[in-house]
Design a protein around this ligand. Structure first.
Ligand SMILES: Cc1cc2nc3c(=O)[nH]c(=O)nc-3n(C[C@H](O)[C@H](O)[C@H](O)COP(=O)(O)OP(=O)(O)OC[C@H]3O[C@@H](n4cnc5c(N)ncnc54)[C@H](O)[C@@H]3O)c2cc1C
Length: 294
């Protein structure tokens, strides 16, 4: 194993036994056996290819804003996209690496006066994670502005550029089928910095008024059922403020589970079960998780 590890380290900066709680917005998660932070998309591809060939289990991690990681940690490799933060303008398009954060992306588009991604204002995440989950609002997702995304496929170790019609992303699901986002070309609309700033501020104002933005959370725990809101159903089931250990259902927005200090992954899972069971019993509706449980 030692020699192999040295070769991995040549492909990307690598650390052992890294606490993943430092890399998730819920501040929950045990230790990753191996933790990589490649600096360039081509290094990411070489690393993935090598890990796959060697049979080392691996997972991609962006800003950790939508994952629940077990307290027992992760065997194998976690690849954090945070080292790959570059964006390049191509006319009204932006070519972005997978570790560009959504706040960085918003700043860039504001400065350049490029509109189209205002629904991502106030959303934490990296571009790769956002494409994996088709992050956005109730009726819009980031794939709506993707012209082309380069994905690596672990099945056959190939790199291919896809258009959205070939991927068919769904609500809060990029439909990547295990493929990894290596780069994306976003097609935006030419506007002005002032107009883009106003659009962002409107979205942020609405979120600040309704979401527990200052608390540690992983965003919405459940997807909205068609024509309804998971938050409304959880609230109507009398669950706001319910607590298991350090995990609490936010008083501000019932679809947010917040870490009130010292919550474990097990606390959050138990609260998720309670919410699903109670909403099914009282409202007759089955809630489906938006948080990804590793
Ligand atoms: C306060 C708060 C508000 C939020 N509001 C919203 C909102 O309004 N709308 C919304 O959609 N979401 C929202 N979220 C959830 C979250 O911000 C988004 O889902 C975001 O896209 C997650 O990106 P990430 O980089 O953190 O992904 P992570 O949580 O790190 O990973 C999520 C999944 O993507 C996979 N992944 C990561 N990188 C890649 C890659 N390069 N290629 C392939 N797969 C990859 C991971 O393996 C994992 O399965 C919110 C979260 C918080 C904490």
């Amino acid at each position: 194993m030692t020699d192999i590890l040295a070769e991995y380290a040549d492909l990307s900066p690598m650390r052992h036994s890294v606490a993943l709680s430092d890399y998730t917005t819920l501040r929950i998660g045990g230790v990753a056996e191996l933790f990589f932070e490649p600096a360039k998309p081509e290094h990411l591809v070489s690393l993935l290819s090598r890990l796959q060939k060697d049979g080392v289990p691996w997972r991609m991690l962006g800003a950790g804003a939508n994952v629940l990681i077990p307290d027992a940690g992760i065997k194998g490799a976690v690849i954090h996209t945070g080292g790959m933060r570059r964006a390049f303008r191509e006319d009204e398009c932006l070519r972005v690496w997978p570790g560009v954060t959504l706040p960085q992306l918003l700043n860039i588009t504001r400065e350049l006066g490029l509109a189209g991604i205002e629904n991502l204002a106030g959303v934490p995440g990296h571009v790769g994670g956002a494409l994996a989950l088709n992050a956005g609002s109730s009726d819009w997702g980031i794939w709506d502005v993707v012209r082309e995304a380069t994905l690596w496929d672990p099945q056959d170790d190939t790199l291919q550029a896809y258009q959205p019609t070939e991927i068919q992303p769904q609500y809060r699901d990029g439909n990547l089928s295990g493929r990894v986002v290596i780069e994306a070309l976003l097609a935006l609309e030419v506007s002005t910095p002032a107009a883009v700033k106003t659009l962002f501020e409107d979205v942020v104002r609405r979120k600040n008024a309704t979401q527990p933005v200052t608390m540690s959370s992983a965003g919405c725990a459940f997807r909205n059922p068609r024509g309804d809101s998971a938050g409304r159903l959880i609230d109507a089931s009398g669950l706001k403020g319910s607590r298991i250990g350090g995990a609490v259902i936010s008083e501000r927005h019932a679809n947010f589970i917040v870490n009130d200090g010292g919550a474990s992954s097990a606390d959050v899972l138990a609260l998720i079960d309670l919410m699903q069971e109670t909403v099914l019993e009282k409202q007759g509706i089955e809630l489906h998780r938006e948080i990804i449980v590793w």
